[in-house]
Design a protein around this ligand. Structure first.
Ligand SMILES: *Cc1c(COP(=O)(O)O)cnc(C)c1O
Length: 343
């Protein structure tokens, strides 16, 4: 597969902006090349456009080479860039599972790119053949999400790989919740898969949603395309500095993650006790999708108690379901008490 043949022609031919820090990025005594303020207020210098220090750290953390890493302003950035790089507006399309994370659809719509939805099975499993059957000659990208949002489950590697291996375009596998699903990342196995992009984020298990830092892992040819079309300084200095500091927290993150998984199991058990709970969907993430009698009524009741969950009732296959994020032990206790008062 030649990435160049998949790209939109204008992107293939694009002469990217070359910033001052692209043209010279070494050590020097005096920088008079970027029209910055010379009096050294705290943030007078432009950040590293390629975020080399942060990538080096992530490279060691994930055991993957830096030229296979793209960093963005949240995962939203690589989602948008991939659509813009590969899909001709009004002409080409993407295939996405249904239900899943809403941003693929929104990013596609902003770019005037049509989304072909392929329903998961009743048990939220991936039907690889059905996804492949939905592909036509205008399909450039397939979006998968595992663990999937809002359903919470992981797909089998076998099924994901079937899609990757039989599609001549690019498969984007969103692993935003992978830290809660030990051993289920495809990252370690992705080295040979030239048409697979894996998305991960610091927004969930790592507790850094506020600094906006998302990762895309892929073959260097795909990473180069994203680098070519991103804003030159897409990650500001505050984000890069904080990330370098907080990535050192890996041990704390592991402790939080274990605690959240333990709390999730406790909540799953607790929820089975309530007569209004119809079904608790198995989760590999930090949230639980729960089918209830009168989900909307329970949502409103909880809201009145000051507890906000996500009403997914209008989402395909999630009728009458609430998506509940696993909180701290104290927050989960308060949720339990509130629900007890409903019985
Ligand atoms: C939360 C979430 C993300 C994270 O997005 P960021 O922009 O990195 O905060 C990505 N994908 C899915 C499926 C999510 O639920």
């Amino acid at each position: 597969m030649d990435i160049n043949n998949l790209l939109r022609e204008n992107i293939r031919c694009l002469q990217p902006y070359s910033s001052a820090r692209n043209e010279f990025s070494g050590e020097a005594m005096i920088f008079l090349d970027a029209n910055e303020n010379p009096f050294n207020p705290p943030y007078n210098r432009y950040p590293d456009p390629m975020q080399r220090e942060v990538k080096n750290k992530i490279s060691r953390l994930k055991n993957i080479s830096s030229d296979r890493i793209f960093l963005g302003n949240g995962s939203d950035e690589p989602i948008d860039l991939l659509i813009r790089a590969f899909c001709e507006p009004g002409v080409e399309n993407i295939v996405s599972i249904h239900p899943t994370y809403g941003m693929y659809q929104v990013a596609a719509a902003i770019n005037n790119v049509n989304v072909v939805h392929v329903s998961l099975t009743e048990n939220f499993e991936l039907d690889a053949q059905k996804v492949l059957n939905a592909v036509d000659e205008k399909t450039k990208l397939i979006f998968l999400c595992s663990p999937n949002n809002p359903t919470g489950n992981c797909f089998n590697h076998e099924d994901i790989l079937k899609v990757v291996n039989h599609f001549r375009g690019i498969v984007v596998l969103d692993e935003a919740y992978i830290d809660f699903a030990p051993g289920k990342s495809l990252l370690a196995a992705s080295g040979e898969l030239r048409n697979l992009v894996i998305l991960q984020t610091f927004s969930k298990a790592w507790g850094m949603a506020g600094i906006r830092l998302g990762m895309a892992f892929a073959a260097p040819e795909i990473i180069s395309v994203l680098n070519k079309i991103k804003y030159p300084y897409n990650l500001n200095i505050l984000t890069q500095t904080k990330a370098l500091e907080l990535i050192e927290n890996a041990k704390q993150v592991e402790i939080w993650t274990q605690l959240i998984i333990a709390e999730r199991k406790k909540m799953e058990k607790m929820l089975t006790e309530f007569p209004f709970v119809v079904r608790i969907f198995p989760s590999d993430a930090n949230f639980i999708l729960v089918k209830m009698h009168d989900a909307k009524g329970i949502y409103d009741y909880l809201k009145d108690q000051g507890i906000i969950v996500r009403d997914r009732s209008r989402v395909h296959l999630c009728e009458d379901s609430l998506r509940i994020t696993v909180g701290s032990p104290d927050e989960n206790e308060q949720l339990t008490e509130a629900l007890k008062n409903l019985v």
